[in-house]
Ligand binder design. Structure first.
Ligand SMILES: Cc1cc2nc3c(=O)[nH]c(=O)nc-3n(C[C@H](O)[C@H](O)[C@H](O)COP(=O)(O)O)c2cc1C
Length: 190
């Protein structure tokens, strides 16, 4: 599978087979995701792989809306994507490096999450990133330390469905060129 195939074939999977995932596979996915770019190579992203059914049930029952509970109830594993605070986007003295202030932290965690999902896809595993959850509730339940923050949840498992890709916007909409001389790019210019 080449990179383009991997990017295009990855879908958000919301229904899984009950089969457990070998830790060696999760280890290799995290190892691959560790090659993601990050702010000054700070590598702030940390993963908690939850397979304890009582923790999964508590999250499903108490800390996510129904549409995400349905996914988590039948996923063999849930990844809590966290990051170490105060490094990405920060100077050594603790001041912000840019106008985006601390938002580079979520940027880095997002890149790492995508790498994680693509590496999972290559292993035949389905994933779905979830952004709607009770952050304080899950932070308390998982005892995420003070110096870290929860960025997202990723359900992972062997897919039991193979959904079509939701419609994508066209390149015309997504891309603008700003160039002096390339006439073929003129229709994208503003
Ligand atoms: C930051 C982020 C948050 C998301 N949150 C949820 C969520 O809470 N629940 C869910 O079912 N899907 C969630 N998704 C998945 C998107 O709905 C999905 O990526 C989008 O519909 C495109 O489908 P595809 O991933 O199959 O290409 C989220 C995706 C991202 C990137």
């Amino acid at each position: 599978m080449n990179v383009t195939e991997c990017i295009k074939s990855r879908r958000s999977i919301r229904k899984y087979k009950p089969d457990a995932i070998d830790h060696s596979i999760i280890d290799s996915i995290v190892s691959t995701a560790s090659y993601s770019p990050s702010w000054k190579n700070t590598q702030i992203t940390r993963y908690i792989a939850i397979e304890d059914s009582s923790i999964l049930s508590t999250i499903a029952e108490q800390f996510v809306p129904d549409f995400n509970a349905k996914i988590i109830r039948q996923a063999p594993m849930l990844i809590a994507v966290t990051y170490v605070k105060g490094r990405s986007g920060f100077e050594r003295d603790g001041s912000f490096s840019t106008k985006k202030e601390d938002r580079w932290q979520m940027f880095d965690a997002g890149i790492a999450s995508m790498s994680f999902c693509l590496a999972a896809e290559e292993q035949g595993l389905g994933t779905v990133i979830m952004g709607v959850f009770d952050e304080d509730g899950i932070t308390g339940l998982l005892q995420i330390p003070e110096d870290r923050e929860l960025a997202a949840l990723i359900a992972i498992g062997y897919p039991d469905i193979s959904p079509q890709a939701p419609k994508r916007k066209t390149v015309d909409v997504l891309l603008q060129y700003k160039s002096k001389t390339a006439p073929q790019a003129a229709r994208h210019q503003i």
